[in-house]
Design a protein around this ligand. Sequence first.
Ligand code: GAR
Length: 195
Amino acid sequence: MKRVAILISGGGSNMLALVQDMAAGGYATPVLVASNDPAAGGLARAQALGIPTAAVDHRAFPDRASFETALADRIDAARPDILCLAGFMRILTPGFIRRYRGRMLNIHPSLLPKYPGLNTHARALAAGDAEAGCTIHEVTEDLDAGPILGQARLPVRPEDTAETLASRVLKLEHRLYPAVLRRFASGDRSPLMLD
Ligand code: GAR
């Protein structure tokens, strides 16, 4: 049984999808949900499920390194085998990334290598893309560019806005992330491509 820590910054819908799948599949257990934002809605949702939570407010630290040290202390105390970034919106330094090398996953709302960074859906629409989607990748020191573990795509509709696309891609994220975590937990790092 793998121990999984999940880092969030917002509502935590991907976190919830992961937690539900772990419970259904019995292959892993959530040992911590941590957020850089004490007001993140996902913290309350995790607490309600009885999952240990931690709020490490990045604004309370003088610099990125000291914030990350405090966050890593909380993570390490939970002894996770796998770390899932699920809507975690802080850039991580190479030191933090090296500490969890090979066991840290991220979900990104675009078909990487297209559109690393922010505003992915608006950029896909502006480019006139026929398809959009999401990607799970291993976290390496290059932003949104680690080895791809899974991808799911959908057709862009003529009437799509950044908001409608985001909400349809989010539903896809909830299918893709648990499916990739299951494989990763069993040692399978070959990319999973969902249509
Ligand atoms: C998701 O769409 C996720 O892909 C995105 O934030 C959202 C979080 O939603 N992540 C990024 O943009 C990472 N750069 P959630 O809190 O409901 O899971």
